[in-house]
Unconditional design. Sequence first.
Length: 331
Amino acid sequence: MTSAAAWGERHQVWLFVTAIALGVVVGLTFPAVAPALSLATTPVLALLLFATFLGVPLIEVGRSLGDIRFLGTVLALNFLVVPLVAFGLSRFVADDRGLLLGVLLVLLTPCVDYVIVFTGLAGGARERLLAATPLLMLLQIVLLPAYLWLFAGGAVVAEIDLAPFVEAFLWLIVVPLAAAAVVQALARRRRIGRGIERFFAAAMVPLMMATLAVVVGSQIADVGAAATALVRVVPIYLAFLAIMLVVGWAAARGVRLPVPETRALIFSGATRNSLVVLPLALALPPAFAIAPLAVVTQTLVELVGMVVFLRVVPALTPVTRPSAPPARPGR
């Protein structure tokens, strides 16, 4: 990565922090705007996911299947190892169904958006992770209901109205993904398609900032009001980050991944899809009202953790430079 690109991505991190701070200030100073911000969450997030999908040419899904070692490790880490870790950690809030469901929703879903930024900042193989994004999204959609049934219990899942979940899936996944596919097909033949791609590539950071500000602003007052209950999930999220840092590093060493892919694997295992699952959590019945607050709390903890990861991950995975050949005698 060039120094200019590194500076640009580092600048993005501070823009994300600024957006969160803005959401905190607005949400606490003007709590009356929370309902309006809640209504804006789905449209803003849909645009963000459209931009994310648009940045991943669907043809890359097939190409990503060719790197079996990296892709297989990423999928195994996120859908075999992470569920075991999530199940173990969720036992600490198993007595509270709302917290339990919130923790499971967010920990069982790998991130597909700002993980790319943090991976690039740490010198990881972000292009490999970007190519794997559609598969990560598809598998979490398919496997999440099964894992919730296993870990939260059939009685809890039976109380959930599936209609809002289906609606959220339609507007947040199906529509943005289909629209991205149409635009990508159009871009191969028409200038207007390429123009749309360039526009949303440039709008990716502002959309991420808007999403973070809207999500935090809509929920921060409730998070503060429920702080006593939510403090229980903070150690869980911190433990998850620490465990996945070690597990991701060990998994990469076990399959002998190069350093850039190792860093990408660590970030993929540690970052979660909180922005995507929040609308699903908001669609839960009133009995689970604390679940979306548990999701927002994870977002705040994780973003702080990612700033720490930017220092720790490169130190944990140093790039070994080849030693210089010995000088010839007489020189």
